[in-house]
Design a protein around this ligand. Sequence first.
Ligand code: NDP
Length: 296
Amino acid sequence: MVKNEQVYTTLNNGVQMPALGLGVFQSSPEQTVGAVESAIAQGYRLIDTAASYFNERQVGEGMRRSGIARADVFLETKIWINDYGYHAALHAFDKSAGKLGVDRLDLLLLHQPLPNRFDLALDAYRALEKLLADGKVRAIGVSNFMPEHLQRLLAETSVVPAVNQIEVHPFFQQTALQRLHAERGILTQAWSPIGGITSYRGGEKRTFDDPILMEIARQHGKSAAQVMLRWHLQEGRSAIPKSTKPARIAENFEVFDFELSGDQIAAIDALDTRVRGGPDPASITLETYGKEIPEA
Ligand code: NDP
C-alpha cells in the first residue's frame, strides 16, 4: 500500500502549493473553526476561503488552534466585487489579512470577473500585482474568469495569474478553458470538485449517485468522492472539497494511495454534460450579487 501523502504543485512563479485543500464556502462561522482544525490534524495544508464567505476570522482561529506553524499552511482567500478598484482592493487585503490574523497571504484571487465593470476588475488586479511586488501575497490569481476575461486580463496587465479557480467536476469540465490555462501556465483549481453544486442546489442528477463513478469507486474500495478527487489530481488540477464533518474531511484526504487507470480517467472525462451547476459568471454584477465586506 502506498503511503497517503500530500502532493504539491508548483505555481508559475515557483511557489509551492498543496494540490488538495479544504474549502469553506457555506461553512457557518460556528462550523468553520472545527472544520479547519480537523483538516489540519488530518494532514491538509491548504485552506480556501473568501471575504464573501464571512468566515475568515474562524479560518484564522482554526489554524491557530491546530497549533501548526503559520508557514506550514497555505492560505488562500478572494476579494469580493464590492471591493474592486485599485485602492478598494488594496484595502480588501488589509480586511482579509486582519480577519485571518496574518501579515501575508499565500494566494489572493479576484472572486469574479465582473464583466459589466471589467475596468474595476482590472484595477483590482493591478492592486494584486502591487501586493505581490510588496511581498504581502506570495501569488495572485483569479476565479470564474472565462476565456474572454482571461484574454483581456492577459493583454492589459503584467503578471500572468498563477491560478484560475473555476467550477470543475465530472459533469462540468470546461475543457477549452483548461486548455487555455495549460497554454498560459495557469493552474486550474477546481471548485465544487466533487460536484457539491449538483447536490446542494437540489439538482436531479448528483455526482455522488453516478453509476460510473460508483463502479470505479467499488473497483478501488473507495468512495465516489475519493474517485473524483483522484481524477483531479491525476489530471493535474488543484481541488478544494468542502465538508464540515470530520469523517468526510478525512475521507476526502485519503486519495494519495491509489491510482486510476487510463480507461477509468477516460470514462470520467466522458461524463461531461457541458452544463454548469453554478451561475454564469457574467450574471454576477454589483446589482445582483453586491454585498458589503465588513472591516477587520
Ligand atoms: P464540493 O464539491 O466540495 O461538495 C461539498 C458538498 O458535498 C457539501 O454539501 C458536503 O457536505 C458534501 N460532501 C463533502 N464531502 C463528501 C463526501 N466525501 N461524500 C459525500 N458528500 C460530501 O462543493 P463546494 O461547492 O462546497 O466547493 C468546494 C469549495 O470550492 C468551496 O467550499 C469553496 O472553497 C470553493 N468554491 C468556490 C467558488 C467560487 O466561486 N470561486 C464557488 C463554489 C465553491 P458536508 O459539509 O455536510 O459534508
